[in-house]
Design a protein around this ligand. Structure first.
Ligand SMILES: *Cc1c(COP(=O)(O)O)cnc(C)c1O
Length: 386
């Protein structure tokens, strides 16, 4: 049996380090420095510039998205997407309880309320059966034909699944349920840049998808995000509404709607352009790392979380499921005491004070996972040859 000690030694071998090992650290070399210096030399460091356009175009090509609009962070990308999908005051947005808090905060700041459904054991993301059950048991159609929460009459504004740790959710099933109930689908693809569902990039299955380039994501712009838009008109409107809705003119300032200032600075986009050239090699490296973890853990008490059969995951964060809570706590304590950063999954959203009274379905699998799941160090490891 592979014990905790052997696992920690294995991690030290991979990262060839006796010092602290972070959960996920970015990597830079001359490519980033050259790009950033070029940006500084141009003096276009702020809200417009050629790196922003280049980053958006290259990201649209990589994801095969009709349009990609850069934003100041992933939370802003989600908020813009939800706003453009028509989510507003008093609406309900169905998402998963097992997510990072940004998903819910984006909903809240539009005056809407998140509702929580369970995650699937296959993907650790939104479970299609749990979604259908919530809609059937707690929702219905009102006289105007909108899908509403029966207990309050609030309109269901959108469904927001999240691709947990980069593993794609069961999109065919979720797309079908959203179309049956006529609900906009917005994918929180913040963790899944480079993850594909049956060959198609995550974040392009619904009307909108949101990416994040925070420092701990697979590539980083320092802080940054992207809205993936599948309809050209949505892309045009998204750019407009994230850039103060200024009507283009050489010198006049006229704005034709209330809008956000969610622009990604050119300086951050310069970093993003350099990082994007490395994405294919990062993906290969992380896939190899996941393979090493998986074979090392084969005969252990720890169950490695592998990509679903239908998907190619970016393996953003590797994870294991422990036999029980005691083993989970022991692994967390032992590794962190020894300078190897591991962590449990985020506290479930309905356990947080501001979201404790939100509508929800059964969350039994989410609760089960929080008592067992541990994320392992997952940075690109230079010593690994894919
Ligand atoms: C990282 C992340 C975001 C966005 O985070 P930002 O820090 O705002 O870029 C949103 N949702 C999930 C699930 C995330 O992991």
């Amino acid at each position: 049996m592979t014990g905790t000690k052997a696992l920690l030694n294995f991690i030290r071998d991979i990262y060839q380090s006796t010092g602290p090992i972070p959960l996920h650290a970015p990597q830079f070399n001359d490519a980033e420095k050259t790009s950033l210096l070029a940006c500084l030399d141009s003096t276009f460091v702020s809200s417009v510039g050629p790196f922003v356009d280049q980053f958006e175009q290259e990201m649209a090509v990589f994801c095969q998205s009709s349009r990609a609009v850069a934003t100041v962070n992933g939370t802003a990308a989600l908020q813009a997407a939800l706003h453009l999908a028509g989510v507003g005051q008093g609406d309900i947005v169905i998402t998963q309880a097992l997510t990072f808090v940004a998903t819910c905060n984006a909903v809240h700041f539009l005056g809407a309320t998140p509702a929580f459904v369970d995650v699937s054991p296959i993907s650790l993301g939104l479970c299609p059966d749990a979604l259908q059950q919530f809609l059937t048991e707690q929702c219905g159609k009102n006289s105007a034909g909108n899908t509403v929460l029966r207990s309050t009459g609030q309109k269901i504004g959108a469904v927001v699944p999240k691709h947990t740790f980069g593993h794609p959710v069961q999109l065919d099933e979720i797309v079908a349920i959203c179309s049956e109930w006529q609900l906009p689908l917005i994918e929180d693809a913040a963790e899944s840049l480079g993850s594909f569902y049956r060959g198609q990039h995550t974040g392009t299955f619904g009307r909108f998808g949101a990416l994040s380039f925070n420092g701990n994501k697979i590539i980083t712009t320092g802080g940054g995000g992207m809205v993936l838009c599948q309809q050209i008109e949505d892309g045009v409107h998204c750019k407009h509404v994230t850039t103060t809705a200024k009507v283009a003119h050489p010198y006049q300032f006229f704005h034709d709607e209330v809008a956000f200032n969610f622009r990604l600075p050119n300086l951050n986009a310069a970093l993003g352009c350099a990082q994007l050239t490395k994405l294919p090699s990062y993906l290969a490296n992380k896939r190899a790392l996941a393979g090493l973890y998986q074979s090392f853990l084969q005969d252990s008490d720890y169950q490695f979380v592998a990509e679903p059969a239908y998907a190619k995951s970016n393996y953003w964060l590797n994870a294991v499921i422990c036999a029980d809570e005691q083993q989970q706590q022991q692994l967390l304590k032992h590794s962190n005491d020894h300078g190897i950063m591991t962590r449990p999954v985020w506290e479930l959203m309905h356990h947080l004070p501001m979201y404790k009274d939100c509508p929800r379905g059964s969350l039994s699998h989410s609760e089960w996972l929080t008592k067992r799941l541990v994320n392992l160090p997952s940075s690109v490891a230079p010593g690994i040859q894919p």
